[in-house]
Design a protein around this ligand. Structure first.
Ligand SMILES: [Fe+2]
Ligand SMILES: [Fe+2]
Length: 417
């Protein structure tokens, strides 16, 4: 059946897959305090070096097994993975923490959405074992094949991927689901991510942090827009809500037909970053706060731009629209899926009423400007602070700087404005 067949068989059987996850949760509840004792990394440079080498081995393993890495939906594909990778290097080069957390976090943070190459991210609503846990199961299978780590190193990376989203609070009733053939009610508990004193297990939080940085970075507005290629359900922290293009694009901050708009969704991420009543940012410290606040301030400018449309000439308007869709397919998700989604959405966007378009055109303009600033400063950091061999992320790219570099096809149009 091969690697892919075995993997799909395992995750489609939610009963067996849930047993695997429950066992990992049990192990975490028993041994969570001791895990770092078994991680062999001793200093920060080795942590990054070993982590990056492991990420490259995992991606190469999938490539060698004949599994293409361009199958994910355009919001969870190569663009997200590469931005997660560079954000992980930036964050973990600066974060003042035990190097063991750095080793574990760079791997789990970069590979957290890898299961989206196999399953649809937006099928989570229908699944008990969702894309995070499917990712943990996948990476564990690869680790068994490449035999690179000890039991606890494997466990900590894999469980960090399992726990990267959603099941952060006790309000997780919607995840309780009947398993029809056995009539057993299956549940996945909230992940144990803190010790008994409420201190975070950072190897569980770093992958979430890295994911969050691409939710508030300037790529996010483009990334979220690309997900609108099909109607789907998204998660707002408590419930799944239905997303359909026309309603979702209305530039308002109230629900339409009971569902969030895109502006509301983006603003929710913007406002929740330093909100202590929300679980996401409660353990942020040091470099995470610094990078988070700088990204979030750029996101705030984009939100303000959407709320306050600018006046453009017809020519400028057209240039921004053309630039936006080139930006999506050449930078945000430069795969065939990204290109197809972008071209389809362009047709949809041009059918929206002019008022709605004008709000978003201003937002798109500011978003692309912020992306240029972000990408150029990230490239400067990478070129000056990390060895050349860390820039490779094969088979996705030979150079992550080239991957994120703003492409002239859209920057030239933007610079005319
Ligand atoms: Fe995810
Ligand atoms: Fe993600």
């Amino acid at each position: 059946m091969g690697f892919k067949g075995n993997y799909l068989k395992l995750i489609e059987d939610e009963f067996s897959a849930s047993k695997i996850i429950k066992e990992r949760q049990r192990k975490m509840s028993l041994y969570g305090d001791e895990i770092l004792n078994h991680i062999r990394t001793t200093n920060q440079t080795d942590a990054l070096k070993q982590g990056i080498s492991l990420i490259q081995k995992c991606l190469q393993y999938l490539d060698n097994a004949g599994i293409p890495l361009d199958q994910a939906d355009p919001g969870h594909g190569q663009g997200h993975l590469v931005r997660d990778y560079v954000n992980a290097i930036l964050l973990l080069s600066k974060l003042d923490t035990n190097p063991k957390n750095i080793f574990l976090g760079i791997v789990s943070g970069t590979l957290h959405d890898i299961a989206c190459q196999f399953i649809r991210r937006y099928d989570d609503k229908e699944r008990l074992i969702q894309h995070p846990e499917c990712g943990g199961i996948l990476i564990n299978m690869i680790f068994e094949e490449i035999d690179a780590l000890n039991e606890w190193e494997r466990f900590a990376i894999v469980h960090g991927i399992d726990a990267h989203q959603h099941r952060l609070t006790k309000k997780s009733k919607m995840f309780i689901k009947k398993y029809s053939s056995s009539r057993v009610e299956l549940t996945i508990e909230v992940y144990k991510d803190e010790d008994k004193y409420g201190n975070p297990y950072l190897f569980m939080w770093i992958p979430r942090w890295i994911d969050r940085l691409d939710l508030i970075g300037p790529g996010f507005v483009g990334r979220h827009f690309l997900t609108l290629v099909e109607d789907h359900y998204d998660f707002d922290g408590k419930n799944f809500f239905k997303v359909s293009f026309v309603n979702h694009m209305k530039p308002v901050l109230e629900k339409i037909d009971g569902n969030r708009t895109m502006l509301q969704h983006i603003e929710m991420f913007h406002l929740s970053q330093s909100d202590s009543s929300k679980p996401y940012g409660k353990h942020d410290f040091g470099a995470m706060i610094e990078i988070r606040d700088s990204y979030n301030s750029a996101l705030g400018k984009i939100i303000e731009a959407v709320k306050n449309p600018a006046t453009y000439t017809e020519k400028e308007r057209k240039n921004i629209i053309d630039a936006w869709f080139f930006f999506l397919e050449n930078n945000i998700e430069p795969t065939l899926k990204g290109e197809e989604a972008s071209q389809y959405l362009k047709k949809g966007f041009l059918l929206l009423d002019e008022k709605t378009q004008n709000h978003w055109i201003h937002g798109f303009h500011v978003c692309m400007e912020e992306y240029e600033l972000w990408a150029n400063s990230m490239i400067f950091f990478l070129n000056n602070h990390i060895p050349d061999e860390w820039l490779k992320l094969c088979p996705i790219t030979d150079d992550v700087c080239d991957f994120i570099r703003p492409k002239e096809i859209w920057t030239n149009l933007l610079h005319l404005i």
